[in-house]
Design a protein around this ligand. Structure first.
Ligand code: NAD
Ligand code: MG
Length: 348
């Protein structure tokens, strides 16, 4: 199965995403696989049974979002300089979205940009983070505030890696898949309602559809000038939830699940979505044990936190509201009282 992303707005950045079990591949250049100890322990031997190169190095960085920072980028860059990587060399990101974002970013700045390949190993990175060329890292001012658009040369998605993924991480990936279906693809949503994603064949089909859906959006709006922002559905509310719970209580996808329910309720109040549709989305999220409720202690403080989101300007908040299922409305003119009433329904 192959998904092609035609990106020709400025230069030809097109690349292919292969969704299949990994086939043996040889790279006739210097290659560094960037990974972390957890992923390496579980899956590096398998990867090395498939990949060969003229010279092959392994670079490991510590595991976790808290290490998606300049220190880890320096570890990667130092190693590339040490091994005399040049502009024809290649990086392979082997891990979840954290590894993918950092490897992509390091490859975008090393000698002004070298090629990289993504081999994502979480459901979230196979369906979302590895598609679309956003790379980056966090700093003390916030998440993903430093980075570059740098498209990979290719992406290899092998769902076999997901067999070791913890349940909650799996659910977090499902949330982002549901996000893509609700905003852009009703047929895919209907498929998900009856699908059992624990079945490897069905899972592979769902991954393919999610990747295709995101690829279609990215092909139309590579640099997020408009349509791509729709993929932030659930995130305006979700980011506040992550912020309030100090990024500890919920995985990102879990906060997005609650955020989608809040966005749906906003849509219902605005007459953009029926209550039945909102309920069918909630049911789907619950099927994968995702949280759909959250106790807001102070709705005014919740509302104020919207303005900390980097996607909002100082005076406006951008809401991504589903328009029925399969459509989306992006607006920064949502009535404050209406939003507060949505939050009130969630409050204690
Ligand atoms: P992650 O990379 O932290 O992975 C989650 C955990 O699972 C980690 O501990 C990881 O080591 C472990 N893991 C990875 N593969 C595994 C496997 N096969 N079996 C068992 N454990 C495994 O998190 P994530 O959810 O993959 O990605 C989240 C990151 O992706 C965030 O930093 C987010 O900003 C970024 N992201 C980027 C984009 C983009 O467009 N660039 C989109 C969405 C998310
Ligand atoms: Mg997200």
């Amino acid at each position: 199965m192959q998904v092609h992303i035609p990106l020709k707005q400025v230069v030809d950045n097109s690349y292919s995403i292969t969704i299949d079990s990994l086939k043996p591949v040889h790279f006739d250049t210097k290659v560094a696989i960037v990974t972390n100890p957890k992923v390496a322990g579980l899956h590096l031997a398998y990867l090395l049974s498939k990949i060969t190169a003229k010279e092959l190095y392994i670079i490991t960085v510590p595991d976790g979002e808290e290490y998606k920072n300049q220190d880890s980028i320096n570890i990667i860059l130092e190693s590339l300089f040490n091994h005399k990587f040049n502009r024809n060399s290649l990086l392979i990101a082997f891990g979840g979205g954290v590894i993918g974002d950092m490897t992509g970013y390091a490859s975008s700045i090393y000698q002004r940009g070298i090629d990289f390949v993504q081999i994502p190993t979480t459901l979230l990175s196979q369906t979302d983070a590895s598609v679309g060329g956003k790379t980056g890292m966090n700093n003390s001012y916030g998440k993903n505030l430093i980075g570059a658009f740098h498209q990979p040369k290719s992406v290899y998605i092998d769902s076999h890696f997901l067999s070791t993924l913890p349940e909650r991480e799996f659910g977090a990936g499902v949330a982002e898949i549901v996000k893509m279906a609700v905003t852009f693809n009703k047929t895919f949503f209907n498929f998900l309602q009856t699908a059992d994603l624990k079945d490897p064949i069905i899972l592979q089909e769902a991954i393919k559809q999610a990747v295709q859906t995101k690829a279609d959006v990215v092909a139309q709006d590579e640099k997020e000038k408009g349509l791509r922002a729709a993929l932030n559905y659930g995130h305006t509310f979700g980011h506040v939830i992550e912020n309030e719970t100090k990024y500890k209580k919920y995985l990102h996808g879990e906060a997005v699940a609650i955020g989608m329910v809040m966005a749906n309720n906003t849509s219902v109040k605005m007459g953009l979505m029926s209550e039945d549709e909102a309920k069918s989305i909630k049911d789907l999220l619950q099927k994968y044990s995702l949280p759909v409720s959250y106790e807001i202690e102070d709705i005014n403080s919740f509302y104020e936190t919207f303005f900390l989101d980097k996607k909002s300007s100082d005076s406006t908040i951008t809401f991504i509201l589903p328009l029925s299922i399969g459509g989306v409305k992006i607006t920064d003119e949502c009535d404050k009282e209406l939003v507060l009433s949505v939050l009130k329904d969630f409050g204690i």
